[in-house]
Design a protein around this ligand. Structure first.
Ligand SMILES: Nc1ncnc2c1ncn2[C@@H]1O[C@H](COP(=O)(O)OP(=O)(O)O)[C@@H](O)[C@H]1O
Ligand SMILES: [Mg+2]
Length: 310
């Protein structure tokens, strides 16, 4: 339903998106997970036809977004990261606007706008202006504007940023409902737990590059059973190497500086006393400990930690 091949977007010398590719199917949620600046919005904006790719191919429901933009866009719904609302038009009118933009008219438009208003939980606020809404209500309306025409491919760019827990939950349910209705959903986020909860499969991106891809289970398997142990305190340079030299299990250093030390190893909790002992033996002071079992967040740390270490 959505296919991206060898996509690159260059801003001068910066490759905001650097040769990435993935495919997402009908009735599935595909995640794009990465920190701020990873290239998620740039990717979404290329797919939606807002930005011309420097190179690469994007096809939506079989149509190339560059060569056959009109047909490709007809299947597309976009919920942008920056709210795209007319703050001085009632919620209802915002939905009418986007419905008309996608070709809905007459009774179809009327009934669909009513349905969406109920669905996004704003039926009783239909005549109110978005500028009087909370952040979560604005996000829900923004979402409604993206789905009013029942798109086959739905692009969601960090839809839960800045929303209250209740609206977040509601948004998750709405994304799942779109999937269940058969949409192909592309969901970007920098929240690992959202990707884990929602996505059938996902790609992890950093600095414009795709660094891992698969289902959540496949990605976790890639990590193995290794925990991540993050320590804050006072550490001298070379301390990580001194701790590793003690030969504690399969311990490895992911990153280190004067105030933090990130370690990874299998079954770390069993080795905590040995680790602390070797750190204090090497002159380090631990003030804070954070032990995390394998999840997408620790996988990201593992993957990017290696890059950071250089
Ligand atoms: N219009 C632009 N001109 C120059 N650089 C840009 C522009 N838009 C984004 N970038 C850069 O491209 C990179 C990726 O940005 P973006 O796609 O917005 O990341 P994300 O959405 O993952 O936070 C960042 O380094 C950002 O500063
Ligand atoms: Mg972004």
């Amino acid at each position: 339903m959505l296919s991206v091949e060898n996509l690159t977007k260059q801003y001068g010398d910066l490759a905001a998106v650097d040769d990435i590719g993935f495919a997402a199917g009908q009735g599935k949620i595909f995640g794009l997970l990465g920190p701020n600046g990873a290239g998620k919005s740039t990717t979404i904006n290329c797919i939606s036809g807002l930005l011309p790719p420097t190179s690469g191919t994007i096809s939506i429901a079989g149509f190339d977004i560059v060569r056959n933009g009109r047909k490709a866009k007809a299947s597309l719904g976009v919920v942008p990261q920056e709210l795209a609302l007319y703050e001085d038009l009632p919620a209802l009118e915002n939905l009418y606007y986007w419905g008309k933009a996608y070709g809905l008219r007459g009774a179809d438009l009327e009934s669909r706008v009513r349905d969406v208003l109920g669905y996004i939980g704003l039926a009783d606020r239909a005549r109110d202006l978005p500028k009087t809404f909370s952040g979560g209500m604005k996000r829900r309306l923004n979402f409604g504007c993206g789905i009013v025409h029942k798109p086959k491919v739905l692009l969601l760019d960090e839809p839960t940023v800045g929303v209250d827990p209740q609206s977040r939950q509601r948004l998750f349910e709405m994304v799942e409902a779109e999937r269940d209705a058969g949409a192909c959903v592309l969901y970007t986020t920098h929240y690992m737990e959202e990707a884990e909860r929602l996505c059938d499969s996902l790609a992890i991106i950093d600095h414009g590059k795709l660094i891992a891809e698969g289902t959540v289970a496949e990605l976790k398997a890639q990590l193995g059973a290794r925990d991540v142990l993050q320590l804050n305190g006072e550490f001298s340079s070379g301390l990580g190497a001194a701790v590793v030299a003690r030969g504690i299990g399969d311990l490895e250093v992911l990153s280190e500086n004067d105030n933090s030390l990130t370690l990874t190893m299998t079954a770390a909790s069993q080795y905590l006393p040995a680790i602390f002992e070797s750190i204090s033996g090497a002159g380090g002071v631990v003030r804070e400990t954070n032990l995390r079992s394998p999840n997408l967040e620790t996988l990201f740390l593992l993957l990017t930690g290696k890059e950071l270490r250089e």
